[in-house]
Design a protein around this ligand. Structure first.
Ligand code: KIV
Length: 266
């Protein structure tokens, strides 16, 4: 088995100019396939609230559900570094609640590190506490989906100068607090390049252009699992919605026609 990915390895990838490959995973099967494909980081994202649970936002996802999915991903993957999202309603309550939630994702879920959105004073304090005890933390700035209602929808951030400056300051503050990596979501490509150049830690973009240290996509999006939803920044590397529907239709047809199972089967 190749050696497991560590925070040191991720930092080295940045310093050597080698892109970091991150993708979301929510269960052991996908984790195993992503591991086999050579993905560096698996993100057990709270996007599972939308792509697995069918909610319109990530807000309903609970900590118990995140622990459950993280444990599945951990069982499926050997090499990738596994990051689990702190869901809405955990770290927003208090520093203690945020730290306790993060420790559950590590202790019960088996995550190697956690991710939390934003850079409020409370978030920075949680990052400081976790990293001082050796728990790696990934930051997340730009479009932070848990604030979707406050942001007025899933829309690009950092378009005007003041907002761009705030996102850069937030990224710096997260690095200073001890974060080892930062997700930049839905911000202009130039801003992502500026942040990537300004930080010593790796940046991982989603809808943030090519000049980040790595990229992340929601696995269901890149596999084309939903043929009615494809954000403009996504590239679909497969069209599984059609492939799966076709396979299931053929199965249904053969069961109804009496062609499966075959009469020769004992
Ligand atoms: O929840 C998630 O999948 C994420 C990615 C979109 C970065 O946070």
């Amino acid at each position: 088995m190749a050696s497991p990915v560590t925070t040191t390895h991720l930092a080295t990838l940045k310093s050597q100019g080698n892109p970091i490959v991150m993708v979301t995973a929510y269960d052991a099967t996908m984790a195993r396939l992503a591991d086999r494909a050579g993905v560096d980081v698996l993100l057990v994202g709270d996007s599972l609230g939308m792509v697995v649970q069918g909610h319109p936002t990530t807000l309903p996802v609970t900590l118990d559900q995140m622990v459950y999915h993280t444990a599945m991903v951990r069982r499926g993957a050997e090499r990738p570094f596994i990051v689990a999202d702190l869901p809405f309603g955990t770290f927003q309550v208090s520093v203690e609640a945020g730290v306790e939630a993060a420790l559950r994702l590590v202790k019960e879920g088996g995550a190697h590190g956690v991710k939390l959105e934003g850079a409020t004073g409370q978030v920075l304090e949680i990052v400081r506490m976790l990293t001082s005890h050796g728990t790696p933390v990934t930051g997340h700035v730009g479009l932070i989906p848990q604030s979707v209602h406050g942001l007025g929808g899933f829309r690009m951030q950092g378009r005007d100068e003041a907002n761009a400056r705030r996102i850069l300051d937030d990224a710096r503050a997260l690095q200073d607090a001890g974060a080892h990596m930062i997700v930049l979501e839905s911000i202009p490509s130039d801003l992502a390049a500026t942040i990537t150049g300004a930080l010593a830690i790796p940046t991982i973009g989603i809808g943030a252009g090519p000049r980040c240290d790595g990229q992340v996509l929601v696995v269901n999006d890149l596999l084309g699992m939903d043929d009615e939803f494809c954000p403009s920044f996504v590239r679909q590397y497969a069209s599984l919605a059609g492939t799966i529907t076709d396979a299931l239709s053929r199965y249904a047809g053969e069961v109804r026609a009496g062609a499966f199972p075959p009469s020769t089967q004992p």
